[in-house]
Design a protein around this ligand. Structure first.
Ligand SMILES: [Zn+2]
Length: 142
């Protein structure tokens, strides 16, 4: 007789698993650079990395270094994190940012008081090394 294992709540930080398409993005993070995917067919930039261009359906692309500045499009203050790991950090802010490079990126926003949040506020992307392989993005006030 076998039983199905039940996962207990864990405090391990959830980390991304790079794919063939996203590896250049994560390599850039590790090197302190925002690398964005550009379509080789129509030249449009896209984020998150994916195999097919949503504009022209080309499967060819290249990654280019992008500026790290942007403006807040919107944000949420997380009081009830979906993952147990983030419980200790709650409440925390996650911002959706219109990057100067022309894409939207969401990431935690640190060092900003909730009362100071404003649509259009300038922020910049910074880099948090988590381990030898993974560096995660976060935003700070610019
Ligand atoms: Zn395209």
């Amino acid at each position: 007789m076998s039983t199905t294992p039940v996962a207990a709540p864990t405090s391990e930080r959830p980390l991304p698993i790079p794919t063939r398409e996203s590896q250049p993005y994560w390599d850039g993070m590790r090197e302190g650079r925002l690398m964005l995917q550009h379509c080789a067919g129509c030249g449009k930039v896209r984020h998150y990395p994916r195999p097919v261009c949503p504009h022209c359906f080309s499967m060819e692309s290249t990654f280019k270094k992008a500026p790290t500045g942007g403006t807040i499009h919107t944000w949420t203050v997380c009081h009830h994190p979906f993952n147990f790991f983030f419980k200790a950090s709650a409440p925390y802010i996650v911002a959706l940012v219109d990057m100067d490079a022309g894409v939207r990126v969401n990431a935690p926003l640190r060092g900003v008081n909730e009362a100071d949040l404003k649509i259009g506020k300038r922020v910049r992307l910074d880099f948090e090394p988590v381990n030898k392989e993974v560096t995660l993005p976060f935003f700070v006030s610019d």
